[in-house]
Design a binder for this molecule. Structure first.
Ligand code: ZN
Length: 95
């Protein structure tokens, strides 16, 4: 029997203006403190981030509507590009 880890798609919206910022495939339970670039599902404009290889080339994650800062570029587990989410800048919903 194959055990499949629970995966769900989460939408993060800007807390200030409600604009959808990122759709993310989250594994497991627990608080969302960062999003790995490789697991971003949308919107389309963010998918091109997967081409980026260096943290220094990664732009901050901001709201496309009001420009609020949502995530700061970081590296997870030594080599995976990610955004560390700014506490209180977003709200999440299950999609
Ligand atoms: Zn916004």
């Amino acid at each position: 029997m194959i055990r499949v880890m629970a995966t769900k798609i989460i939408s993060l919206g800007c807390r200030q203006c409600d604009n959808l910022v990122v759709e993310y495939k989250k594994q497991g339970t627990g608080a969302l403190v960062r999003v790995l670039i490789e697991r971003i599902q949308g919107p389309k404009s963010l998918l091109q981030l997967k081409q980026i290889g260096n943290k220094s080339d990664l732009p901050p994650l901001t709201c496309g509507e009001c420009g609020a800062l949502i995530g700061v570029p970081t590296i997870y587990e030594g080599k995976r590009l990610a955004y560390r989410l700014v506490k209180g800048s977003f709200k999440k919903t299950l999609s």
